[in-house]
Write a protein that binds this ligand. Structure first.
Ligand code: FES
Length: 83
């Protein structure tokens, strides 16, 4: 299976093609994708099927992308909300 190189918060990661960003995050040991706006609570993958919006992060500079519905592409830049 072809492997693709992405980066998560600047750290390179090779993942199989067809992987979702959410699965890549888990493979990288990252479970916090963003923090809630009001209370700053950590949020990560919950439903895994695009319903709960708990997995939002930035992809290639585009904010609020659902990681569980987004397939990785070569050179993709993933950024979590680190505020
Ligand atoms: S995990 Fe629920 S929308 Fe992505």
């Amino acid at each position: 299976m072809k492997r693709l190189r992405i980066s998560i918060d600047g750290v390179p990661l090779d993942v199989p093609s067809g992987t979702t960003v959410a699965a890549a995050m888990v493979e990288a040991g990252r479970i916090v994708f963003h923090r809630s706006t009001r209370l700053g609570h950590p949020r990560g993958m919950f439903c895994g099927m695009g319903v709960c919006f708990a997995c939002l992060l930035s992809v290639d500079g585009r904010p609020n992308v659902r990681a569980c519905l987004t397939e990785v592409r070569e050179g993709m830049v993933v950024e979590t909300d680190r505020s």
